[in-house]
Design a protein around this ligand. Structure first.
Ligand code: NI
Length: 138
């Protein structure tokens, strides 16, 4: 059982109303879980800013008919083999593929690979999902 604390804090009425509005649009059962997750989101973002060890997933959509592209994308991923945990490739259409690349390593390394992939002609979209090894989130 986690060591729970009960806290109270002061907040502007307007912000409180915004908080309640936000809560109403979510599936959260109570305010506590919602606020815990806001704190966790902030912790994850800050740890990325400090380039700590992170978990992240790159999602990339590309046109495999683009000349020499598939090989170049694989080559780039091999340059980061130390941080890549798994990849999944799905053939979306006759021309388009989507790949997810799950990584664990310094946040900047994950961002760097995303940027390198993005630079190639035929890569249509690259998104980075930031997450955490979870060490500081419990
Ligand atoms: Ni494919």
């Amino acid at each position: 059982m986690a060591d729970l604390m009960r806290v109270s804090f002061t907040i502007e009425r307007r912000l409180y109303e915004e908080l309640e509005n936000l809560l109403a649009t979510t599936q959260y059962g109570n305010r506590s879980e919602f606020i815990r997750d806001l704190v966790r989101e902030r912790l994850v973002r800050d740890s990325w800013r400090r380039n700590e060890e992170a978990v992240g997933t790159i999602t990339m959509v590309y046109d495999h008919h683009q000349r020499d592209l598939s090989g170049a994308l694989t080559h780039l991923q091999h340059n980061h083999h130390d941080a890549i945990l798994a990849t999944t490739h799905v053939h979306l259409t006759h021309e388009l593929c989507v790949e997810t690349i799950m990584m664990r390593g310094p946040a900047q390394q994950i961002e760097a690979l995303a940027e390198e992939l993005r630079r190639h002609k035929g890569v249509l979209h690259v998104a980075v999902s930031m997450s955490s090894t979870g060490q500081r989130l419990k």
